[in-house]
Design a protein around this ligand. Structure first.
Ligand code: ACO
Length: 226
């Protein structure tokens, strides 16, 4: 009979329990062969996807002590488009997005944050838009609301039905798990606002986030002060 309570024997081995890989960020159990196999598979693919080898022509739109932001435009050379696609796929699989192609690839711009170790640790895809619908404050759970009603309400964000003018839509924003809370998404968005439209600086009201995740909502709320 298999005992569900104990799956690993603590025989004093060096790595016991869950380990976080310091390069790819995957959490796995080093002494579990299946986990090890999954990690090895993921690790190499992930590192290849986010590795930045340097390009002959790169469009640097911002520089910082800990990295720089590159902008990739739809007409850029194939190697740049391929890197933007690879990183976007990493972000999409983490976000659980099924659709791997962009809705309007000819209009989308990709901002990549490259750190000093030549890894792409941030990716932000933007598209021009005309209007957006504000996410509404979630009401407190009503006394006579059943649990099912409550779950139904919280499955998706409630949006206003009144469109508001917006110019720049954030289709996706992703930061490598081990590089979060260092202001990378904030700096990518600040850079979008100053470079998205030639000659003008967008206000925080002119940018809108598409269907945010809980992480994305916390970040967007802080960023937009809403
Ligand atoms: N929990 C609470 N507050 C948060 C969080 C969080 N997980 N993330 C950001 N914030 C708030 C904080 O107030 C933070 O400031 P502080 O660190 O001084 O407290 C502020 O936002 C700025 O955060 P940044 O450091 O600029 O954000 P970061 O670089 O960590 O990136 C992001 C945020 C992109 C949401 C990251 O957590 C991520 O990639 N998550 C997984 C992918 C994801 O969910 N992306 C959003 C999808 S929605 C969309 O794409 C439209």
């Amino acid at each position: 009979k298999q005992d569900d309570d104990q799956l690993i024997i603590d025989a004093g081995q060096k790595q016991f329990g869950a380990t976080t890989c310091s390069s790819c960020g995957m959490v796995y159990s080093a002494e579990n062969p299946e986990d090890n196999f999954q990690h090895n598979q993921f690790h190499q693919r992930f590192i290849d996807s986010i590795k930045y080898v340097g390009w002959k022509k790169e469009r640097v739109v911002a520089e910082f002590w800990d990295g720089k932001i590159l902008l990739v435009m739809p007409d850029d050379p194939k190697y740049a488009i391929k890197k933007a696609d690879d990183v976007r796929h990493v972000a999409d699989s983490e976000l659980g997005f099924q659709q791997v192609t962009l809705s309007r690839p000819t209009q989308a711009k990709t901002y990549l944050f490259i750190n000093t170790e030549r890894m792409v640790v941030g990716c932000l895809v933007v598209e021009p838009i005309r209007q957006a619908y504000r996410v509404l404050e979630q009401a407190e759970q009503h006394k006579d609301m059943t649990k099912d009603d409550f779950m139904e309400r919280h499955r998706a964000w409630c949006c206003s039905t009144v469109p508001e003018q917006a110019l720049c839509g954030i289709s996706r924003v992703w930061v490598f798990s081990l590089a979060r809370r260092q202001g990378i998404a904030t700096r990518m968005l600040d850079t979008v606002r100053s470079t998205f439209m030639y000659g003008s600086h967008l206000t925080k009201e002119e940018i809108a986030f598409s269907d945010p995740t809980p992480d994305g909502k916390l970040f967007a709320t802080k960023y937009s002060n809403t």
